[in-house]
Design a protein around this ligand. Structure first.
Ligand SMILES: [Zn+2]
Length: 493
């Protein structure tokens, strides 16, 4: 019997606002679509959290024995600066500013995104389709929506007719909005707009002469609306109905609302069975924002090369830190919390090391069967990783207290505890043991500590020549020393 047959998995469906029992449409197959990044800049740490959360979901479903087809798109065209179908294409704009071909921008940031996700040990999706690779399919879907009477063409652009759709459907049901409220919240059309209604959104947009990324269509040269690609590519690879659609909370409206409408108009069906949304990340209690400077990127996090942190953190520590919060709850990043997470991570890994050395025999009151059930119960309750981690630490406490030569567990229980700990730590949470590289990193830390001490001794002796020599030669190697109130730290460029 597959594990998924023994486990009742409940997940919070954002659409019904209830925890629902997960029933796959065609078990053991599961189709999961997650909205991927728009590749016009380095990936944001908040987005990393979303993708790491869905990586954990993917890993747990796989652990339960489902065969998951995980589709996560790359948005490489059509995402405009403004949700109201205005402004430049984000990628086109970056290409113009940097005097590059848009596909050079796409390549650069796609590779960067994959590299960061790889560091976080996120498994690549089964399919990673791009908007520009599916222009023909998108044009076909625009035609279908027009045939269904839910879209209209004006001057080379095609708009989704929200009011028409809303006569038999509820536009706004995912984000809990009513069309009347949405209408009163939008600007009146200024007479310049081609739209019949301010809520209508472009599914195909005519390209202005300055717009670089453009394709032929029955309505002239243009480009697809941003929301369309996800409807089209999820249908193409997962079918008109599929199990799970995920994304960040910020995509609920308008992006996912528009996806729901497009799928229904084009295929006549509700496409998604379970909508899941990951929550935001804050930094030192405040929204991350480039404009206020309250921001941290993954590179700075790993190197510690920022005034927000006293040191760098291994990707696995950061991942562990994120897993200490439920994916749907808000979560705050800070130097102190990361330092605490690092201690916890090390304690967990040391516990794992000791567990591998334990021998069976003797007596104990640690109930492995019950413990294992509690771990699954946590994960089956909407992927509650913080509770799972609490159970993993119960096992660590037992391991630390146990006699290594007679743990008190039977052969069967010891084997079960080792297998389950391995499965939850590495397969489900996706953590990695301190590897060779991190070992080297620790040695480097030791060497740097030594150099910092020697430099301090030189300065105490007023041997400025030596202290400057240490600083300058490290600098030439790309290692910067930072003198602060609490002593000297270093960062590597
Ligand atoms: Zn999407």
């Amino acid at each position: 019997m597959a594990l998924y047959e023994e486990n009742e998995l409940y997940l919070y469906n954002s659409l019904t606002r209830k925890k629902e029992k997960f029933e796959a449409l065609n078990a053991p197959l599961v189709g999961m679509y997650v909205c991927g990044p728009t590749v016009y800049s380095d990936v944001h740490l908040g987005n990393c959290r979303t993708f790491i959360s869905f990586d954990m979901v993917y890993r747990y479903l796989t652990h339960l024995g489902y065969k998951v087809r995980y589709v996560r798109n790359i948005t490489d065209a059509g995402h405009l600066e403004n949700d109201a179908d205005e402004g430049e294409d984000k990628i086109g704009k970056k290409a113009r500013l940097e005097e590059l071909e848009p596909m050079e921008i796409v390549q650069r940031y796609t590779l960067g995104f994959r590299e960061v996700m790889g560091k976080f040990n996120a498994i690549p999706p089964s399919i990673e389709p791009t908007a520009t690779g599916h222009i023909i399919e998108q044009i076909e879907t625009v035609k279908k929506i027009m045939e269904a009477g839910m879209a209209y063409e004006v001057n080379g652009s095609v708009y989704f007719d929200v009011e028409q759709y809303n006569t038999d459907n509820h536009y706004g049901k995912l984000s809990g909005r009513k069309i009347e409220e949405l209408q009163s919240g939008t600007r009146e059309l200024d007479g310049q707009s081609e739209k019949r209604n301010p809520l209508d959104f472009a599914i195909w947009k005519k390209a202005s002469p300055a717009h670089i990324m453009r394709w032929n269509s029955p309505w002239g040269e243009g480009f697809p609306g941003w929301h369309l690609e996800c409807s089209v590519m999820s249908t193409k690879y997962l079918g008109e109905q599929f199990d799970i659609h995920g994304g960040g909370m910020d995509l609920k409206f308008p992006h996912h609302e528009c996806e729901i409408a497009q799928n229904k108009a084009a295929n006549g069906d509700e496409a998604v069975r379970y909508w899941m949304h990951g929550n935001m990340l804050t930094l030192n209690g405040q929204r991350m924002s480039k404009s206020t400077g309250n921001t941290l990127n993954p590179g700075e996090l790993f190197t510690g090369n920022t005034d927000k942190l006293t040191k760098g953190f291994a990707p696995s520590v950061v991942r562990f830190f994120m897993m200490q919060a439920h994916y749907a709850s808000q979560f705050d990043f800070s130097n102190e919390a990361l330092l605490a997470a690092e201690k916890g991570f090390n304690r967990l890994m040391e516990g794992w090391q000791k567990l591998q050395q334990l021998r069976s025999g003797g007596t104990s009151d640690f109930n492995v069967t019950q413990w294992k059930q509690a771990c699954y119960a946590a994960m089956n309750d909407d992927f509650n990783t913080p509770i799972l981690i609490a159970h993993l630490f119960e096992a660590v406490r037992f391991v630390n207290a146990a006699d290594p030569n007679a743990s008190g567990l039977s052969d069967v229980d010891l084997d079960s505890l080792q297998t389950s700990m391995h499965a939850f730590i590495f397969d489900v949470l996706g953590l990695e043991e301190a590897n060779e590289q991190e070992g080297q990193h620790n040695k480097l830390d030791g060497v740097m500590e030594l150099l910092i001490k020697l430099r301090k001794a030189a300065r105490d002796d007023k041997n400025w020549a030596l202290s400057d020599k240490i600083r300058d030669e490290l600098d030439a190697l790309g290692i910067q020393l930072k003198d602060g109130k609490d002593g000297t730290t270093y960062s590597i460029n």
